[in-house]
Design a protein around this ligand. Structure first.
Ligand SMILES: Cc1cc2nc3c(=O)[nH]c(=O)nc-3n(C[C@H](O)[C@H](O)[C@H](O)COP(=O)(O)OP(=O)(O)OC[C@H]3O[C@@H](n4cnc5c(N)ncnc54)[C@H](O)[C@@H]3O)c2cc1C
Length: 271
C-alpha cells in the first residue's frame, strides 16, 4: 500500500499519511475481547464492524489511529483544529520564517456569497469580475508578504512580524486522530455545509481511510455518512404516510436481514 504518498489538495497543499496503528481486524479483535472470542474470518470481522457502527458501539474504532502530515491554508486549519480530540503539532511562525505560499484560487473557483444560507459560497462569479477579484487576492497576498519581509529585515521578531500575514497563507501540521473521531470529522467536513476548501482535504483523507480500513469505511458509509436521523415529528409523519406492512415488504425486498428489518421498523413505529 502506497500509504506515504502525498496527495495534492488545493493549489499548494497536501495530505500525507505518516503512520497507521491498527486495521479492521484490530477493531474486531478489540470488540471480541469483551467475551473472549478468538480470531475470525474477514467476513465475520466485517459483519461485526457493521454491527458496531450501526449500534454506536464506538470504542473499538478508537483502537485504530492515523497520523497525517497536512499542508493547508490557515483558514482551513482554524476549522480543522475545532476537532478537539486530535493531537496536533504545527509549524511555529515564532521560530521559522513562513514561506511565500498563499492559497490562490483560480478565477473560475471563486464563489458568490450564499443568499439563503449566509455561511456558504454559492455558484460561480461572472468570469469578467472573477478574473479581477482573483488578481486582487494575488496582489493583496504579495503586498502582505512584502510587508512581512520588510518587518523581518527591520529586525522585528518573527512572532510579531507574522501579524501582517493573512489567513490564506499555508501552514503545516501533524495530525494524529483515532478512527472514531476521524470518521466524525469526515462526516462533518464531507457534508455540503462544510466549506469547499476543507471538504477537499476531507475527500483526500477519505481516500486513504477507505484503503486502510475498508470494512469500517463501508459501515461508515452505510450507517453514518449516507444515513440521516429523524426528529420525533418527522418520524410520526413518516409512520402516518407509510404503513408498517408496506415498509416491511420493501425492506425485505431490498435484501436486509430479518434483524435489520425489525430494527428499522422499531425505529419508525416504536416497539
Ligand atoms: C459546517 C460547519 C459550520 C461550523 N460553523 C461554526 C461557527 O460558525 N463557529 C464556530 O465556532 N464553530 C463552527 N463550527 C465548529 C463546530 O461547532 C464544532 O466545534 C466542530 O465541528 C467540532 O465538532 P465536535 O465538537 O463534534 O468535534 P470534536 O471536537 O472532535 O469532538 C468530538 C466529540 O467529542 C466530544 N467532546 C469533545 N470535547 C468536548 C468537550 N469539551 N465537552 C463535551 N464534549 C466534548 C463531543 O461529543 C464531540 O462531538 C462549524 C462546524 C461545521 C461542520
Amino acid at each position: 500500500m502506497a500509504e506515504f504518498e502525498s496527495i495534492p489538495v488545493l493549489d499548494k497543499g497536501f495530505v500525507r499519511l505518516i503512520d497507521v496503528m491498527g486495521d479492521d481486524q484490530r477493531i474486531a479483535a478489540a470488540a471480541r475481547v469483551s467475551y473472549g472470542g478468538g480470531a475470525k474470518s474477514k467476513r465475520e470481522d466485517a459483519a461485526l464492524i457493521d454491527y458496531l457502527m450501526r449500534n454506536h458501539h464506538t470504542s473499538p474504532f478508537e483502537m485504530v489511529e492515523f497520523t497525517f502530515h497536512v499542508k493547508a491554508p490557515i483558514f482551513v486549519a482554524r476549522q480543522w483544529f475545532r476537532h478537539r480530540t486530535a493531537s496536533v503539532n504545527e509549524i511555529s511562525a515564532r521560530y521559522s520564517v513562513l514561506d511565500d505560499d498563499f492559497f490562490q484560487p483560480a478565477a473560475e473557483e471563486l464563489r458568490g456569497q450564499g443568499a439563503a444560507n449566509k455561511q456558504v459560497g454559492e455558484g460561480n462569479l461572472p468570469s469578467s469580475e472573477a478574473a479581477e477579484l482573483a488578481n486582487l487576492i494575488k496582489r493583496s497576498n504579495e503586498s502582505s508578504y512584502a510587508a512581512y519581509e520588510k518587518l523581518l529585515e527591520g529586525g522585528l521578531a518573527r512572532e510579531q512580524a507574522r501579524s501582517v500575514l493573512p489567513v490564506g497563507i499555508y501552514t503545516q501540521f501533524y495530525w494524529k486522530q483515532d478512527l472514531h473521531n476521524l470518521l466524525h470529522f469526515l462526516k462533518l467536513r464531507l457534508d455540503w455545509h462544510a466549506q469547499a476548501e476543507i471538504r477537499a482535504y476531507a475527500e483526500a483523507i477519505s481516500g486513504i481511510v477507505k484503503r486502510v480500513v475498508p470494512a469500517s469505511w463501508r459501515a461508515f458509509e452505510e450507517h453514518a455518512l449516507h444515513s440521516a436521523s429523524f426528529s420525533r415529528a418527522e418520524l410520526q409523519a413518516i409512520s402516518r404516510l407509510v404503513s408498517r406492512e408496506t415498509l416491511e415488504t420493501e425492506l425485505r425486498e431490498s435484501g436486509l436481514s430479518r434483524s435489520r428489518v425489525e430494527e428499522t421498523l422499531r425505529k419508525i413505529y416504536g416497539s
